[in-house]
Design a protein around this ligand. Structure first.
Ligand SMILES: Nc1ncnc2c1ncn2[C@@H]1O[C@H](COP(=O)(O)OP(=O)(O)OP(=O)(O)O)[C@@H](O)[C@H]1O
Ligand SMILES: [Mg+2]
Length: 495
């Protein structure tokens, strides 16, 4: 105790004396490897026979690398940190550590790199724990069905391609069609809903990274989000790690019983990085020069997204992986892999974008395999009718292109379809609450909107979200009450 201690620090001196007394000299064996080559973000090392895959190597001048390839004499490792002094001849040791990242609420509102270092110029995030970057996915017995809706705020998705908490929904399409915009809108729509979001950016240029962060900040969505960035110019090893690191951050919240959403923007770049690393490490290429285990890699990542059952805290991780296609081709290797791994896809179409239909989502090529079960029953009832009407209209519309004369009933259907298409158009950064969406669905299905002129529609729709909120109705309210509100809304706008 300090008060009775004659000499401050004598306790530690006594401890050292005891350690010295018990000390017996002996041989300690440590393996020491040597770097034989450095380049393109990878190193080759000789002399570490006991190193295993995914071991972290500590290099004597301060760099770190991850064991990625084991050969007979040499091992290949991907650099995660590279100091300028790294060269052939540098000494390497197996560090004995596994790769992990700081997790916890201290990461909210922060921008970090895949190793957890801050990129926003602030102090390192206050971490409550560390999460393994490569962790096994939850076993089947720990999982529950996807049974609660995750609202994106997008009219077209929440009605016809609904997503549930714990679902993995692919965003797929050519470049520049609004995939990132859609993912950002979804993150923004989680504001105030208790869903923590992780936005992972892989291999994008600085300007795109800044625009994502600014969009989230301006929308007040950074407070419930973490942005994890591996921009185009960083080491390929970091780009390879980024999705797993982001997943680990979301996973920690999920295990605390929270609902989380993670966006991987995008996995095409991730796959290309992995191909690059694999070819540099002389792994055999397979289809389209990708190594065969890219499928394993992406499925292992997405299997970590799930809805845990009540015994496990009931948390969930919804995943929105993004894939970029070329010329709309979804049958190439990486897209087909991801389509088979995920629970559905939202397809962005060039033709729609060019025609000014935004968001450019093609309902006929999009599917949500499990989200329907999670949709609120009232919404599901309305949306079911709507979707049928819309798909029928899209087929009918093809005939009108040939100038065929149609029956009056057909003509009416086409008119209704055109109106529906106009309603489904939505600017970015304008998410709609589910109550507002329900209101237009009821109004449309009951024919209350029939006869409204196309020019009058935008003003009518602009007034709707406020109207729905003021009504104070919930999805459990009787349909008649909703119809009353809808009628009043349309009357008011007309009058
Ligand atoms: N609903 C929308 N309303 C208006 N503009 C939109 C909408 N969705 C996307 N855009 C615009 O389309 C452009 C492309 O969007 P975005 O960058 O999200 O596409 P992307 O598919 O992520 O592209 P990339 O493949 O380059 O990452 C942006 O200028 C965006 O503002
Ligand atoms: Mg994008």
């Amino acid at each position: 105790m300090a008060a009775t201690d004659p000499l401050p620090g004598s306790a530690s001196l006594a401890r050292q004396a005891r350690w010295l007394e018990a000390y017996r000299p002996g041989l300690r064996v440590a393996e020491q490897g040597t770097v034989v080559a450095v380049g393109d973000g990878i190193i080759w090392v000789r002399g570490l026979p006991s190193a295993a895959m995914d071991d972290l190597l500590a290099l004597s001048e301060g760099s770190t690398a991850l064991v990625f390839h084991l050969g007979r004499d040499l091992l290949g490792a991907i650099l995660l940190k590279q100091s300028p002094a790294l060269s052939a001849g540098t000494v390497a040791h197996v560090s004995g550590l596994r790769l992990s990242i700081a997790v916890g609420d201290g990461l909210l509102g922060r921008v970090i790199d895949p190793l957890g270092a801050p990129l926003d110029g602030l102090a390192p995030p206050r971490a409550t724990a560390r999460g393994a970057i490569d962790a096994p996915s939850p076993p089947i017995v720990a999982r529950d069905f996807v049974n609660e809706a995750l609202y994106t705020g997008s009219k077209i998705v929440d009605s016809m391609i609904p997503i549930g908490k714990g679902q993995r929904q692919l965003l797929i399409g050519d470049n520049g069609l609004g995939k990132t915009a859609f993912a950002l809108d979804t993150v923004i729509n989680q504001k105030g809903k208790g869903v923590y979001c992780v936005y992972v950016i892989v291999g994008q240029k600085r300007s795109s990274v800044v625009s994502v962060i600014e969009t989230l900040r301006n929308a007040g969505a950074l407070a419930h989000s973490t942005v994890l960035v591996a921009e185009a110019s960083v080491l390929p090893g970091l780009k390879y790690l980024a999705p797993f690191a982001g997943c680990a951050v979301a996973e920690a919240w999920m295990r605390q019983g929270r609902d989380t959403l993670v966006v991987y923007d995008d996995l095409s770049t991730h796959a290309r990085t992995y191909r690059e690393l694999s070819l540099l490490l002389r792994r055999p290429p397979g289809r389209e020069a990708y190594p065969g285990d890219i499928f394993y890699l992406h499925s292992r990542l997405l299997e970590r997204s799930t809805h845990l059952n009540a015994a496990q805290g009931g948390g969930s991780m919804t995943a929105l992986p993004i894939i970029e296609t070329e010329l709309g081709e979804i049958a190439t290797y990486i897209p087909t892999n991801l389509i088979s791994i995920t629970d559905g896809q939202i397809y962005f179409e060039q033709r729609l974008f060019a025609a000014g239909f935004l968001p450019a989502i093609d309902v006929t090529k999009s599917v949500s395999r499990i989200g329907g079960n999670a949709q609120d029953p009232a919404v599901k009832r309305e949306a079911g009718r709507l979707k049928l009407d819309y798909l029928q209209f899209l087929e009918l519309e093809i005939f009108t292109r040939f100038g065929a004369r149609l029956e009056a009933s057909m003509e009416a259907k086409i008119q209704r379809g055109r109106m529906l298409r106009d309603i489904l158009k939505q600017d970015r950064l304008t998410p709609w609450a589910i109550e507002a969406q329900f209101l237009w669905m009821v109004a449309f299905n009951d024919g209350l909107l029939d006869g409204v002129a196309t020019e009058a529609l935008p003003a009518l729709l602009a007034a709707l979200p406020a109207r729905a909120a003021a009504g104070g109705l919930t999805l459990d309210t009787a349909r008649e009450r909703w119809i009353q509100v809808a009628t009043a809304w349309i009357q008011e706008a007309k009058g």
